[in-house]
Design a binder for this molecule. Structure first.
Ligand SMILES: [Zn+2]
Length: 471
């Protein structure tokens, strides 16, 4: 997230050029926004057909003026296999991008001097690598500053910016993930911001995070809902002693009751961003707590199991995403996997942009026994970060099989059998659990493969004691 593009002159100019049309579209009629999106969509498809070998091949049987819904959908696996044919700039090569992201110290650095690059976790089994051009980044920042920061508790965020408050992000740091990459990118662009912001690893022990936050005293705390929820527990227990002006939630589903609880516990507004690595702005939360689609820059099609588009009020089996902002790596009818429901009723906040509900990832927070009758809390992103970045596996399912046991199912990395990969996986997990203080927790291997949700294709990767993986 970068709320401060004005500290980079080039970025500020681009940001400024996108702000007026975004402000105008925020309160325009649905028909006007739909027409605008339609024009941008045609432009994107024309560009993809001309510059992306992958899309040129896939769309060659279609007339140039075919409706978006006539185009075939694409999966992450397909795009990643054909990465060099997918991108529209031939200077971007998969091998070079991989070499770039293999170096953690380059997180936030511009690739080829102009692109932002980040990776995503493999919730669908295949990690993604995403490239954003300068316009995409400027649109992302303009949407953040005008809509996300301009809606729920706008005054609090602007006060924070002007009042010299500190910023804290708790996120996965062992890789070029979207959250930490955009954060680092903003810090590199602005010495002023660099001095005021600090990122904390999601894999740290909760008591260490609490101590660090007590020391840092952030005015803005940004993290995943599961981590913010754990921090609310710490606040209520009297261990966390911070008074943030605002919370920022993203990366996982934030249920309405949890949002209300966070807002009440911390006595401040909660800014929610529905985003994905594939599209950094999909929807933003308003003062009424509703999520509104950035319908001028994103097209979402809720579909059923057979790919048929659903009307408002019907929860989808999956969702097709078309990102109208990014022309360097076009995403046209991309199978996002999330279940969404468009809501037909207008929002009391007055914003006519479409409202939606999201049912995204549902991984559990683990509660594990520790010494002296204590309980260790571990958020799902922390374990996922360890298994992905340290153990090198992406398709896994960790299930709490009892108070003292965890059972892991996983698919081994390419070139290894499960038996060959297991010692390293077990070592990484054991080391992490020991560091967290959960030494009495046993880890066992279940040789069965992880079971993805048969409808969405997504894996429920972390299942707590009360849950079991969906077969
Ligand atoms: Zn609203």
């Amino acid at each position: 997230m970068n709320l401060f593009p004005m500290f980079d002159v080039g970025a500020a100019w681009r940001w400024g050029s996108f702000v007026p049309p975004i402000v105008a579209a925020t309160y325009a009629s649905p028909a006007v926004v739909s027409q605008l999106a339609g024009l941008r969509c045609r432009d994107l498809i024309r560009h993809a057909r001309a510059k992306s070998r992958l899309y040129a091949k896939r769309f060659k049987h279609l007339p140039v003026d075919a409706a978006l819904t006539e185009h075939p959908s694409v999966s992450r696996a397909e795009l990643m296999v054909h990465f060099d044919d997918w991108v529209t700039d031939p200077d971007i090569r998969f091998a070079d991008v991989n070499a770039f992201i293999a170096d953690p110290s380059r997180c936030g650095e511009a690739f080829l001097g102009r692109y932002a690059v980040w990776t995503s976790s493999g919730t669908t089994g295949v990690p993604g690598v995403y490239v954003s051009d300068p316009d995409t980044l400027a649109i992302h920042e303009a949407l953040l500053t005008t809509r996300t920061a301009g809606s729920s508790g706008a005054a609090s965020l602007w006060r924070l910016m002007m009042g010299g408050g500190r910023l804290a992000l708790i996120a996965a740091q062992d890789g070029h993930f979207a959250g930490i990459t955009t954060w680092e990118r903003a810090r590199r662009a602005s010495p002023w911001l660099n001095a005021r912001s600090r990122a904390f690893p999601v894999t740290a022990r909760i008591e260490a995070l609490v101590a660090a936050l007590n020391d840092w005293q952030p005015a803005l705390l940004a993290s995943y809902p599961s981590m913010l929820s754990v921090m609310a527990d710490e606040l209520e227990a009297g261990r966390l002693k911070i008074k943030p002006t605002a919370l920022w939630s993203g990366g996982e589903e934030l249920p309405p009751f949890e949002r209300e609880r966070l807002s009440q516990s911390f006595a401040c507004p909660v800014h929610e961003e529905y985003a994905a690595s594939e599209c950094m702005n999909i929807a933003f939360s308003c003062s009424e707590g509703s999520l509104h689609l950035h319908a001028d820059w994103v097209i979402l099609e809720p579909v059923d199991e057979r790919g048929r588009i659903l009307p408002p009020g019907k929860p989808s089996a999956s969702t097709l995403l078309t990102n109208l902002a990014n022309h360097v790596q076009p995403l046209i009818r991309y199978q996002l996997g999330d279940s969404i429901t468009f809501l037909a009723d207008p929002c009391e906040c007055g914003c006519p942009l479409p409202r939606l509900r999201v049912e995204g990832r549902k991984d559990d927070v683990l509660k594990l026994p520790a010494a002296h009758g204590m309980t260790i809390t571990i958020v799902p992103l922390a374990i996922e970060s360890v298994l992905e970045d340290q153990a090198g596996i992406h398709q896994f399912q960790l299930r709490q099989s009892g108070p003292h046991g965890l059972t892991l199912r996983f698919n081994p990395p390419v070139g290894l059998t499960q038996r060959e990969a297991w010692p390293r996986v077990e070592h990484c997990l054991r080391e992490f659990l020991d560091h967290q203080g959960a030494r009495s927790t046993a880890i066992s291997l279940d040789p069965a493969p992880p079971q993805a949700d048969p409808v969405s294709g997504k894996l429920r990767r972390i299942c707590g004691a009360a849950a079991s993986p969906r077969a």
